[in-house]
Design a protein around this ligand. Sequence first.
Ligand code: F6P
Length: 559
Amino acid sequence: MATGKLASDYEAWKKLQALYQSKRSSYVLKDLFAADPERFSKYSVEFKTSAPAVDILLDYSKNLIDTEVLAGLFALAREANVEQFRDDMFAGKHINTSEDRAVLHIALRNPPVSEGGWDIKEEGATTGVQEVLAHMKEFSEQIRSGSWKGYTGKAINTIVNIGIGGSDLGPVMVTEALKHYSQRNLQLHFVSNIDGTDLAEVLRQCDPETTLFIVASKTFTTQETITNAESAKEWFLTSAKDKAHVAKHFVALSTNTEGVTAFGISEANMFQFWDWVGGRYSFWSAIGLSIAISIGFDNFREVLNGAHEMDKHFKSTKLEENLPVILALVGIWYNDFYGAQTQALLPYDQYLHKFADYFQQGDMESNGKTVTKDGSRVDYETGPIIWGQSGTNGQHAFYQLIHQGTKLIPCDFLAPAETLNPIAGGKHHEILLSNFFAQPEALAFGKTEQQVVQELGPKQSQNAALVKSKIFEGNKPTNSILFQKLTPGTLGALVALYEHKIHVQGAIWGINSYDQMGVELGKVLAKAILKQLPDPKDVTGHDSSTTGLIHWYQAHRNK
Ligand SMILES: O=P(O)(O)OC[C@H]1O[C@](O)(CO)[C@@H](O)[C@@H]1O
């Protein structure tokens, strides 16, 4: 935010606050829909591209908004210089101010200028990107075809990605989302947790002769990843004996050449990326190697292409028709004026079962901040708590609270029009989609006391408590996102849509969405504690609770 202001200083913010206070009771979905038969067509936008073929419909009509609120939200975006901030990102300016870095994950999905991409004027971005992509293509094809051989001459059939946070969640989410396109004879595993159980359980399923370990770490200093990678190497060498064989079974994805070579992986087996790729925005980079191996490089390129189309939309579409901007502004309306604490992501597509997990990091590590870029403490809410699960499982778990609980939970529903698995003549998909349509309708329009009484009949309606328990107040806001089918291009576009939403919200709140200082303190304390764990006498410098817990652990371990 170039202005150095708090979001709450903006005139548009104050107007929105006043609107919320004075007219909140008129934002009733039932009435808003009754008053305007055109509401759906007014408040829905379609994003359609031909190469790759992507068709996404965003219906935001079931939100507690009217033209006045929307005008206020768009005015807020303009007053906060959202367009300038967006353009600064695309121009490679160092919008990650605390780390003095550009934010250029968008360059990773940008085709070369010769193929219609635009020029990103930053640190030779496009050249390096294309070289690494070529390396990824070559390597992934060797693995998929079986021409890359392990130390005993056998082809690789098992891939273990060792990484955490952005070096894990993106590859996990995308390989799950695009499993339909995967090469089924390749087993894919992800090890992230420092808990030895994670690695041990995966290694039980691996044969050292046919396993490839991908060590994914931007910094190559992350304790969990390096420890897991060292243990994996030890396990491998127990069979392979000769360290020279590591070259056939370990590759690294990193920005840190020194760290990678010190670990014992040669530069030739390293896939480079750059400090202008944030960890949680990195599966578009070399971090996506496991994706390219699983679904093939051409499909991986389609993921990038789909995202690139969304980038172009974000960059050049006016705010009023700009999908990421709309999602961001509607989210701010609930987060900052209605006081909603969370945002649910509810994909009605089993392949997207990791989508909410992925955006927990994407959104919460980006916008979970209390100070603005110039160090002022905000006096409003910033990033929401992101959570969710695929439908219809969520319906049988937590939807009760969304429908009848005391909390306001804005929800995004996502679903494909076409399923990739039309089993039983498409019956499953019809049932799934009927739920996808029904839930936002139920949330918006609820069920009145009168309807309940009618349903229960005169006798049961005598029971006032029963009647009350069956009322759905409704007026719960949702976005519905329908897309043609879950293709690689569509997934890329959907992820870029949410990334840019996060960007816009961060811009309005005036925070730096691209650092993650909040993860540091715990890491530092853990390092100090690790040294104290062998001997109770060394446990000093803590509060009585922490000391007590450590002492209890020391007395109980290995019992
Ligand atoms: O890729 P690296 O450097 O191992 O970092 C892993 C993750 O750790 C974090 O720095 C903090 O959780 C994330 O931002 C990042 O995705």
